[in-house]
Write a protein that binds this ligand. Structure first.
Ligand SMILES: [Zn+2]
Length: 452
């Protein structure tokens, strides 16, 4: 017997298939899938009814770049105003102490804060395995399962440390052999390519400069052979461009092309420093992009040319690691994605609707899960969020409720449904022992920062 949940009296329903809404709508969910969307009164039977009067409902947000563990290192005073390289050099010395408990707690904290801001699917990029502790990856999967979010972690890696001219300490990098063995292990153990999958795995060397060329090439090869997505940091800062030109005589995008990485299975994060040729290459090869405006602003990295790319490549949004943001707030990421583009490209660069598309259907296309996530229609996974339009911040701005989310700065969701399960209701996260979890996280963060 399936469980039927009826979400009715929805004042405004945006399916994100176009810029229009349905009024007085309902969504019927059977187990974890949307079975019906309609208008007016639903005539059939249901096991549970959730009244969505005065609510705006839309698809849940998809976060396509993050480093959950960094939630333990947000707002570190010594690097509050550092540039990327200085920020990394300082924090690696702290990050080298992360352990299973750190990953487990910080994953939960990051996910809960994201769920509160509308995220129903999240990616993560874990690339540090201090002292070869491969279990860290399993810990984040365990924590995400307990929270019940749709999860797309990427097994990251670093193989070049200080002794090879890289930035990280020796204890956090691994050998090429171990990286590839572990990549295979986690994919065999966890990757679920089925429809409505709650867990898929990607591979993500930290950046082309923190691993050997060999690992980059092997990863691309593996991806083609087994139909696995690949992800990495690219063209984040001007320093990186100079470094790349000096080291290999190529621009970052050209270098990645040479490593066999430009294709429909790769999605690249940042892409701030691109010239016209770089943009054409990304378009031609159907690459995906993770845009992280808060991180780019926070580290002074620059303004990514999203406006020039938006009709050409698949673009999703990422809150990025909470040490460079320093929040897990997807709503503010959406607003900043819109505002930052306008600083460079003018008031009509990105509309509120376009910014919300990046966070929903855009992210789904980047993660290649758009056959079950990103828009609302029968047959899609039941992942959606609701906003109570009676909240203070919307007062006076309801002529266009969807635009109000972005322009009036929505603070949090009032309803969140992930895979048919209610995660937020009446604005409250449905979780036990949240204060205890917060206390554990604070204790762990203080403990890690105190280490030398
Ligand atoms: Zn990142």
């Amino acid at each position: 017997m399936s469980m039927k949940k009826l979400f009715n009296n929805i004042s405004y329903l945006y399916k994100m298939q176009d810029d229009t809404y349905m009024k007085d709508a309902y969504i019927l969910v059977e187990d974890n899938v949307i079975s019906e969307i309609g208008q007016g009164e639903y005539k059939g039977s249901s096991d549970k009814v959730i009244n969505c009067k005065d609510h705006l409902i839309l698809p849940g947000f998809i976060n396509v770049h993050h480093h959950f563990y960094q939630t333990l290192f947000r707002n570190v005073k010594q690097v509050q105003s550092a540039t990327l390289f200085d920020w990394l050099k300082y924090l690696y010395e702290k990050w080298k102490h992360i352990d299973e408990e750190a990953v487990y707690i910080s994953t939960k904290i990051a996910l809960l804060e994201m769920i509160k801001s509308g995220v129903t699917t999240s990616s993560d990029h874990l690339y540090l395995f201090p002292n070869g502790n491969n279990k860290l990856f399993d810990m984040e999967i365990k924590a995400a399962k307990e929270i019940g979010v749709r999860f797309y972690p990427t097994r990251g890696s670093m193989s070049l440390s200080k002794k090879d001219g890289g930035l990280p300490p020796d204890s956090v990098v691994q050998s090429d052999t171990e990286i590839m063995q572990e990549s295979e292990r986690v994919i065999n153990q966890y990757h679920d390519p089925s429809l409505h999958s709650m867990l898929r795995i990607g591979l993500a060397p930290c950046s082309p400069f923190s691993v050997t060329d060999e690992i980059m090439r092997q990863t691309a090869e593996f991806s083609r052979k087994h139909d696995i997505l690949i992800h990495t940091h690219l063209a984040e800062t001007r320093d990186e461009e100079d470094f790349c030109l000096q080291k290999v005589g190529l621009r970052p995008v050209d270098y990645l092309d040479e490593l066999g990485w430009l294709n429909k299975r790769s999605w690249l994060v940042h892409l701030v420093w691109l010239n016209e040729n770089d943009r054409k290459k990304l378009h031609k090869n159907n690459c995906g992009m993770a845009h992280c405006p808060s991180s780019n602003m926070r580290l002074g990295s620059g303004i990514a040319p999203v406006t020039l790319l938006k009709d050409k490549i698949r673009i999703g949004l990422g809150v990025d690691g909470s040490a460079s943001n320093d929040t897990n707030n997807m709503l503010s990421e959406i607003r900043r994605a819109m505002l930052l583009q306008r600083v460079k490209y003018g008031a009509d660069a990105i509309s509120p609707y376009q910014a919300l598309r990046f966070a929903t259907v855009g992210g789904a296309k980047v993660l290649n899960i758009n056959d079950y996530a990103g828009v609302l229609s029968p047959g899609m996974s039941a992942d959606f969020i609701g906003f109570d339009l009676n909240r203070l911040e919307f007062a006076g701005g309801l002529s266009d409720p969807l635009g109000a989310l972005v322009l009036c700065d929505a603070k949090q969701v009032d309803l969140s449904v992930i895979n048919g399960e209610i995660k937020v209701q009446n604005g409250e996260l449905i979780i036990q022992n949240l204060p205890e979890l917060i206390e554990k996280q604070n204790r762990k963060a203080a403990n890690l920062l105190a280490k030398k």
